[in-house]
Design a protein. Structure first.
Length: 82
């Protein structure tokens, strides 16, 4: 779920995390001190995308494959909403 951006929505938030020292050192070696946050953000974005994909696959396994008729209906609804 993506939050809606409003004028009050901060574009970034600070979080304190604990990392294994060797991992933090390797990331810093690759990015320098100024690129560390961007590197971590990209890794988290990738993880969230993979989690969402896993949820879709699990739902597909639990509920079965989408029928051709339902897929056509969804594609038409998607086209008509644009």
């Amino acid at each position: 779920m993506v939050a809606e951006l409003t004028p009050e929505t901060p574009l970034a938030v600070r979080r304190s995390i604990s990392l294994p020292a060797d991992l933090a050192a390797e990331v810093e070696q690759r990015t320098g001190k100024n690129g560390f946050s961007s590197y971590v953000a990209a890794a988290l974005e990738h993880r969230v995308a993979m989690d969402k994909l896993r949820e879709i696959v699990e739902a597909d396994r639990a509920h079965g494959e989408v029928s051709a008729e339902d897929r056509e209906w969804a594609e038409a609804a998607w086209r008509d909403s644009a």
